[in-house]
Design a protein around this ligand. Structure first.
Ligand code: 2AL
Length: 243
């Protein structure tokens, strides 16, 4: 089975870290290809960053289609371009926020999210609403870490995330914590040990769910709105997308 794990930002070190975490939980027969777009923001921390990165995600799915990909994971916590990506393939496509929310509700009745910046917290809140998980989430918290600080060992990111998770455990009356950034993929075990609550991490959650869907032959439905987009002409810098 071939799973393409797409880091929607263009920071290669984060893509490699995400790929290692994905391969670590994958089944023996699963090959992980971790990629990122050639162009776009180095980190995704705003609605604008998300909008630009969604084009890169679509490009990566189009590449994956030429390589016989069995499932895709979008490894950014805003799930940028998720529905557009689903339109482009028959394979299952999972966002890491969506995957983490599903698993968190299966092991707890209430969870909190610990994300990077307050500013990106609103993106998680929108997803909770649109996916129907709002009443499962007690609170969206931010450790106030810029995404690229997760690539910098000197930035004490782990300590700040652990501190915020401990506050969530003490104050939110929750059973689990969802980590709110793809760049936290390698930190789940240490955070779990330090905090003493189940920690749901989206990259690993999405890889295991993607394997499950693909092995059950449950691909993206081509009936209704997730059918392939209607052929049409694109102009200007998107002319190559014309069909
Ligand atoms: C993210 C993420 O997962 N990757 C990135 O660049 N920005 N989202 C976030 N909430 O920090």
């Amino acid at each position: 089975m071939l799973i393409r794990v797409i880091n929607p930002n263009t920071t290669r070190s984060m893509t490699e870290k995400i790929g290692i975490s994905a391969q670590r939980v994958a089944a023996p027969g699963t090959r992980i290809v971790a990629t990122n777009p050639d162009s776009g923001p180095v980190s995704i921390e705003s609605h604008f960053d998300e909008a630009i990165s969604a084009v890169g995600v679509a490009d990566e799915v189009r590449k994956g289609e030429r390589e016989g990909t069995d499932a895709y994971v979008i490894a950014c916590f805003g799930d940028p371009g998720l529905l557009a990506a689903r339109e482009l393939t028959r394979a299952p496509v999972l966002g890491i926020a969506e995957a983490a929310f599903h698993l968190a509700t299966m092991i707890s009745t209430r969870f909190s999210i610990v994300t990077t910046l307050s500013r990106t917290g609103i993106i998680a809140e929108h997803l909770l609403q649109s996916y129907g998980f709002a009443h499962h989430c007690r609170r969206v918290r931010a450790a106030e870490i810029p995404v690229l600080d997760l690539e910098d060992d000197g930035a004490c990111a782990l300590n700040r995330i652990v501190d915020e998770c401990r506050r969530a455990k003490d104050e939110d009356n929750i059973g689990a914590i969802v980590l709110g950034c793809g760049g936290m993929a390698d930190l789940a075990d240490e955070i779990r040990d330090a905090v003493g609550l189940p920690i749901v991490e989206g990259v690993t959650a999405a890889v295991k769910l993607a394997e499950t869907l693909a092995s059950l032959k449950l691909g993206t439905s081509k009936f209704g709105d997730l059918a392939f987009p209607p052929p049409k002409r694109f102009t200007g810098r998107f002319e190559h997308l014309s069909s």
